[in-house]
Design a protein around this ligand. Structure first.
Ligand SMILES: [Mg+2]
Length: 288
C-alpha cells in the first residue's frame, strides 16, 4: 500500500449514542403514536415476533407531521453527547475517520450534525444510513431502507464490510508488501439492539485477522473494540452472547480510552470488561 493507513477507524451509531435522545423515538413519542404504543412494538421486536424494520416503519407511519417540520422539531430538542465535539476534533487531528452507521435517516442526521457539531463535520463524517422519500408538497414522507431485505432495514454489519472493502481494507489480506499490518484498529460505539450485528461483525473481523496471521497472535493485541453505552440494551446483548465490550457513559470516556490506545500504545485488550478475550487467551496459553 502506498498510502499510510489511519491508526484507527471509528464506526458509531447515531441515535442515543452521539445524541442524547433517540430522534426517531422522540418523533414517535411526541408527534406520533406515543410512548405506550411504541413500547408494545419495541417489546415485540425484542422478543423476536416483529422485525426491527417493520416495527420501525409502523412507528414512523404514525407521525402525521411534514418531514421538514420533523427536522425543525428535532433541531430544537435533540442534544449532542457532551464529549463528542472534543472526540471529533481529536479524530480529525489524528486522521481517524468517523463513520456514522445508523438505523435512522440520513437527512435527519445531516441536519443535526450541521447544527450540533458544525458545517465542516458533515463533509468529514461519513453517514451510512437509510434515506427518505418526500413527496412533492413535502407533506407525505416514508423511509427508504438501505437494505430492504434485511430484518434490520439497514444491516449495519454489511455497511461496515462494504466500507472497509471500498477503502482497500480486507480481513483476508491483512499485511502490506512489507509485512506490516494494513488493517487499522477498528472501533464501534453503540447503545441498542440494532448495533448487535455491528458488534458481531467486529468480532468476526478480529477472529479472521487472527486466523490469517502466520505468527502466534496469543501475545499480541486485539484488533477491535466495542464501546457499549451504560445501562442500555447492547450491553445486555453482549453479556448474554459473550461479545467483548467496554462500557461508556459519554464520549469523554471513549476519548480517554482511544487516546490511551492510539497515543500511548495501551493494548486494546486491557479495556475489555467481560471475560471472553481473557478466557480465550488462557486456552491458547495451555494449548501452545
Ligand atoms: Mg442507538
Amino acid at each position: 500500500m502506498s498510502t499510510t493507513p489511519p491508526p484507527a477507524i471509528f464506526f458509531t451509531d447515531w441515535d442515543g449514542t452521539v445524541t442524547l435522545e433517540d430522534s426517531n423515538d422522540y418523533l414517535t413519542d411526541n408527534l406520533g403514536m406515543g410512548y405506550p404504543k411504541r413500547k408494545i412494538i419495541n417489546d415485540k421486536i425484542l422478543e423476536g415476533s416483529l422485525s426491527f424494520r417493520d416495527g420501525f416503519r409502523e412507528m414512523l407511519e404514525s407521525i402525521p407531521t411534514p418531514f421538514n417540520e420533523c427536522i425543525e422539531y428535532l433541531l430544537k430538542n435533540v442534544k449532542l453527547d457532551p464529549g463528542f465535539k472534543e472526540f471529533y476534533n481529536y479524530c480529525e487531528a489524528r486522521k481517524i475517520p468517523i463513520i456514522v452507521v445508523s438505523s435512522g435517516m440520513t437527512p435527519i442526521i445531516s441536519a443535526l450534525l450541521t447544527k450540533l457539531v458544525g458545517e465542516e463535520a458533515v463533509s468529514k463524517i461519513q453517514i451510512l444510513s437509510n434515506d427518505v422519500r418526500v413527496d412533492d408538497n413535502g407533506k407525505n414522507w416514508e423511509i427508504i431502507f438501505k437494505h430492504p431485505d434485511s430484518h434490520f432495514g439497514h444491516d449495519k454489519s454489511k455497511s461496515i464490510t462494504e466500507y472497509l472493502e471500498a477503502h482497500g481494507f480486507s480481513a483476508a489480506q491483512n499485511q502490506d508488501l512489507d509485512g506490516l499490518p494494513s488493517m487499522p484498529k477498528l472501533f464501534y460505539a453503540g447503545d441498542g439492539i440494532s448495533d448487535a450485528s455491528s458488534a458481531e461483525k467486529l468480532e468476526e473481523i478480529s477472529k479472521s485477522l487472527e486466523k490469517n496471521d502466520n505468527n502466534d497472535k496469543s501475545d499480541e493485541d486485539t484488533d477491535s473494540l466495542l464501546f457499549a453505552k451504560s445501562g442500555r440494551d447492547l450491553i445486555k446483548f453482549c453479556v448474554r452472547e459473550n461479545v467483548a465490550f467496554t462500557e461508556f457513559n459519554d464520549f469523554k470516556d471513549i476519548l480517554s480510552k482511544l487516546k490511551s490506545i492510539v497515543d500511548d500504545g495501551v493494548p486494546v485488550k486491557n479495556f475489555v470488561e467481560n471475560s471472553k478475550v481473557k478466557a480465550n487467551e488462557e486456552v491458547k496459553e495451555t494449548t501452545k
